[in-house]
Structures are given as C-alpha cells and as structure tokens.
Write a protein that binds this ligand. Sequence first.
Ligand code: PBG
Length: 325
Amino acid sequence: MILYNRNRRLRTNQAIRDLVRETTLTTNDFIMPIFIAEGENVKEEISSMPGIYRQSLDLTVKEVKELWSLGIKAVNIYVKINENLKDNTGKEAWNKDGLMQKSIKAIKNAVPEMVIMPDVALDPYSIYGHDGIVEDNKIINDLTVDALVKMSLSHAEAGADFIAPSDMMDGRVAAIREALEENGFHEVGIMSYAAKYASSYYGPFRDALGSAPGFGDKKTYQMDYGNSKEAINETLKDIEEGADIVMVKPGLPYLDIVSKLNEIVDVPISVFQVSGEYAMIKAAAKNGWLDNDKIVIESLTCIKRAGASLISTYFAKEAAKLLNP
Ligand code: PBG
C-alpha cells in the first residue's frame, strides 16, 4: 500500500517526537500560590490539598528561597488572618503592618528577584467571606473598588511587583492603575483575574483561608460557567483599563476560553489551575487511579498549549523538580 501521508512517521521515536514538539514546559511558566498564617513555626497541611501548607512567615521565607532555587520566578500570596481582624469594611486589608504587608516586605527582602503577586480581594478580611463590602445582602461594587485601591497601594508600598485583583468588581483595574500612576508606582504591573468564573473548584482554597461565603454565593460578581462571550468582554475591558496580564480561572475545564482569548488578545494570558483541580489529581493519584507525576506534567503542558504564558499552579514546586531532576 502506498500511503503518501503516514502521520506516524513523526512519532517513530523519542528524538523525532522531541524535534517536532510544539509546546515545552519550563519553570519560567509557573507561579506558585502560597498560603501564609499568623504566628511562628506554624506549618499546617490543608486537608483537601495534600502537600500544600499554610505556613507562618518565618517558614514561608525559607520556602520562597527554595522555590527560587528551583527556578520558580513568581508567587501569588494569600493570607489567613485572625477572625477578630475581620469586618465588613475590609480595613485590615490595607493595614501597613498587616500580615500581607509584612509578608511582602519579608519575601522581597529575602529574595529580591522573586516576582511578588499578592491577591487583591476582600474575602479573607470579610466577616461575610465575600470579595466586597456587603449591604442588605448585596455586594456593593463602587465602595468595594475604593477599598481595593487602598489595598493595592498598600501592597505596592510594601514592595509588590504585580497587583493581582481577583474580586471581579467592575472598574477596579482602571481605578487601581490610576492610583498606582498617581503615586509613582509606574513599574508595578496589574495581573487581573479577568475571566474568573463562579466555580465549585475553589472549595479547597476556601478551606485553606477559612473564607467560604457566609451567605449566598459569588454569582453576582464571578461569571456564569455557561458563558464564553462574557469572558471576552471582561478580558478586553480589563486590557483597556490597563491590565498588563489577564487571567482565566479555573484552568483545565476552561481551556476553550484560553484558546479563544489567545486568538484575540495581545497581552500575556495567565491561567489558574485552581485548588479543586489540584485536589482531584491528588485524590486520584492517592488511590492509585492516576499516575501523579505524568498527569501533573500533562495537565500543565495542555494549559500552555491552549495559550497560557503563565500558569498559577499548586504543582509548581513538584513540577519544577520533575522537569529538572
Ligand atoms: C479570592 C480568591 C479565590 C481564589 C483565588 N482568589 C477564591 C474565590 O474566589 O472564592 C481561588 C483559588 C483556588 O481555588 O485555588 N478572591
């Protein structure tokens, strides 16, 4: 039989497969999300995220040094604050001596080159576990944006490299960009969580921070997973408002969105492989149903293939070790 196209020729052996491969993962693709707790010498495993810990700042600094030595260039930071510091204004979020601000300073000091991207949203500071200020059971957009601006400036003052608003309020990117410019933070970037869906995949993250919503859900600000045009609209608006990097979140179930955006936007796209995605892979691997190491690399490579330039992933440290044994 004469076959002009034997597609298998390009798959004959590892060398030819390596030569024709389009997407290769490196540690330059990763952002490691880290959870910081109050106290000293505290290291608590998050039960729904085996291998991921909430750590006090002293241990976090050591961890960040290790991440840097493994080739990881960026961290997302989340803090778990004491219940008695929570209220409905979120004011602890811009306390210049707050846990987040102290953490940014300490990490910058210990590993100056590490790109620090602290989370901007009120949920870890809110008695209601919502990303914004609540009145009559509603999340009030414009009041929340004022709070997010204060929070962002306090992060920039502490030494953050990128402001990463994950709250999904309207107009916050423009308001944050203006405030950064007016205060001389011209080099501080914004990575906006642009297409962030109201997703049940965030469950384990809310366990980690004790930040589950006290009433209702987040569907009046996060997007409906039935929609994709809305993701394009949100993303284009965030770019117009001054976002330097735009994010799609969650990751694997939303790669159609990443792929669409990759065709139309000219700024880097980051993808968040979220806590629930991590938990699923770990649970299956623990049962012996999936090969952890292979799935970690496959899932991250697929996210990159879809169009991600950066990937926030709880697998960053593990994947770095797998890529560079
Ligand atoms: C908070 C925030 C969430 C995540 C990142 N920032 C949770 C939420 O919106 O409820 C989720 C991250 C994850 O699940 O890994 N604004």
